[in-house]
Design a protein around this ligand. Structure first.
Ligand code: SF4
Ligand code: MG
Length: 314
């Protein structure tokens, strides 16, 4: 993604002037082949919209979406549908995501039929392969979604996403609805599948604990903007932005100890009511006058690392 933005009109028109909510503001990020870019932030920070823009499900107002080095074609065109096969979305709430009148076998065969992948007589075999790839078996084929556990349903969702042989998965809170022990299983399965198929993964979550576990790079978003971005180990070991520091300090203690807990007061303000200056300043313990007046740009602090904070980049 190259500086993509998305605004939504809100409320009534006042004197012919529309109000806009900026959901995503000049966000740039990259998912490399076989690697995971994690996007973390509280709800309303624009991370889901960012994922939908990456897939072309949502049109950016500005900026550019490149897939395999080429601008993503306009949504709903033939070219886009061909690309779209290779970019799949995995999201939470799998009971709603799966048609409850279809069996597991039919659910997994459906994307093969929709995308006209392979010959119809080979589909049964392919369904078995996909079941096995996600740790299910032929015995699950005849079951319906409500007969499965949450973890098994998420495996079916993954099998469906893998059916068209994607090169990119956009996973939006893929395990948030699951118990912690099941979360780990699904996340490990995702990482195994990534290694096997060289998948690029855009992993979107509010949970830094999981993002840190899966990501090669981490992008921290706050109110529609990227506030910090870099290699996962660097961001976790040396968080620079005060917001990232607060998120990292809330992680379970690492062996060898870690810096003091940094409290994060209050809720994130609504994107419809963005503070002036640094969007984080009302919650930032380090805020200075400049923070209330001017918005800090995202600037490199070291190779492959960018931070948007006056204190860090000045
Ligand atoms: Fe805090 Fe100022 Fe940095 Fe914003 S720019 S995060 S308010 S110190
Ligand atoms: Mg979301």
């Amino acid at each position: 993604l190259n500086a993509v933005s998305r605004r939504y009109p809100i409320g009534a028109q006042v004197f012919g002037q529309k109000n806009f909510l900026t959901a995503v503001d000049a966000v740039s990020l990259e998912v490399r082949k076989g690697q995971t870019t994690g996007v973390v932030g509280e709800s309303g920070c624009g991370k889901s919209t960012t994922g939908r823009i990456a897939l072309g499900l949502e049109q950016a107002d500005g900026g550019q979406v490149l897939f395999e080095g080429i601008p993503l074609p306009q949504a709903d065109t033939k070219d886009w549908r061909a690309k779209r096969q290779r970019m799949q979305l995995v999201f939470q709430d799998t009971l709603a995501a799966l048609d409850r009148r279809m069996t597991v076998g039919d659910l997994i065969a459906e994307p093969l039929i929709i995308h006209r992948i392979g010959k119809a007589r080979d589909h049964a075999q392919r369904v078995l392969e996909l079941l096995e790839a996600v740790g299910l078996s032929r015995h699950h084929q005849a079951l319906y979604p409500h007969q499965l556990s949450g973890g098994q349903r998420q495996r079916v969702v993954l099998a469906r996403a893998l059916a068209p042989n994607p090169s990119l998965l956009v996973c939006d809170e893929p395990v948030s609805a699951l118990d912690v022990s099941v979360q780990a299983q699904i996340v490990n399965l995702l990482m195994d599948l990534q290694r096997e198929h060289g998948l690029g993964i855009l992993f979107i979550s509010h949970d830094l604990r999981i993002v840190r576990h899966v990501s090669d790079r981490i992008v921290v978003m706050y109110l529609g903007r990227v506030v910090e971005e870099g290699r996962a180990d660097a961001v976790i070991d040396r968080p620079a932005h005060p917001y990232t520091r607060a998120l990292v300090s809330a992680l379970p203690r690492l062996p060898g100890g870690f810096e003091h807990y940094v409290p994060l007061p209050g809720e994130p303000p609504s994107p419809a009511d963005r503070p002036q200056g640094c969007p984080f300043h009302p919650r930032c313990a380090l805020a200075k006058d400049i923070c209330r007046n001017s918005e800090p740009p995202l600037l490199p602090t070291e190779p492959e690392r960018q931070v948007a904070c006056h204190l860090v980049t000045d």
